[in-house]
Design a protein around this ligand. Structure first.
Ligand code: CA
Length: 220
């Protein structure tokens, strides 16, 4: 899952990014509304955390522009405590949820998780394929009765394959959703994580589709 933070208070943005990265999300940060709109418009994000008072373009306008362009990415707005803008105005522009500053980090993570879950509404967070069971909400993986311990990045790569089980997922798609834009290393890093997953899970579980990507074998 890849998140975008649009927040001009750099210390806050950096600490949020650090915390969410530790939760296993790929996180990009921009400090300007126009840059935020441009990035979010690329359509690679699973969620956008959007401040309201921003240089360039304010958060309401960023949100309204994204919705007008047909983007349905979940948006969590960060609003100032003095109530300079009211929540109703923000909801009208298409934001999905609000958090008033200062907020606790734990509450922010809970809201982010709830929005991501709601996005997959109807879809159960628990994916079962043969003896493999992946709970994307609790971030736990079981093979038969045994729990398999994965690193945050290993889990994130597996999650991309599991939510599209049986389909081919390209290396580029995995990179886009699991690594942030600061990553400019070798795209073959994906292979390293797939190898680790095969070792920890089962060799035949993740098939290589030559020239196309990877496919989680659903046993069908
Ligand atoms: Ca601000």
């Amino acid at each position: 899952m890849r998140l975008l933070i649009v927040e001009d208070e750099k210390r806050l943005a950096v600490s949020l990014a650090k915390g969410l990265t530790a939760e296993g999300y790929a996180v990009d940060v921009v400090h300007d509304g126009l840059e935020g709109l441009h990035r979010a418009g690329e359509g690679v994000y699973d969620l956008v955390i959007l401040d309201i008072m921003l240089p360039g373009l304010n958060g309401y306008r960023v949100c309204a522009a994204l919705r007008a362009a047909g983007h349905d990415v979940p948006i969590l707005m960060l609003t100032a405590k003095d109530g300079e803008y009211d929540e109703a105005e923000g909801l009208d522009t298409g934001a999905d949820d609000y958090l008033t500053k200062p907020f606790s980090y734990v509450v922010l993570v809970a809201r982010v998780k709830a929005l991501l879950r709601r996005r997959g509404a109807g879809a159960s967070p628990v994916h079962v394929h043969g003896d493999l069971r992946v709970d994307t909400a609790a971030r736990r993986v079981f093979l038969g009765e045994d729990e398999v311990t994965l690193t945050a990045k290993e889990f994130a790569v597996l999650e991309q394959l599991v939510v599209r089980a049986g389909q081919v997922v390209s290396k580029a798609e995995i990179l886009e959703h699991v690594w942030d834009f600061a990553y400019d290393g070798d795209p073959n890093i994906v292979e390293v994580y797939v190898s680790a997953l095969r070792r920890k899970l089962r060799a035949g579980l993740i098939r290589t589709v030559r020239g196309a990507g990877y496919r989680l074998d659903t046993g069908r």
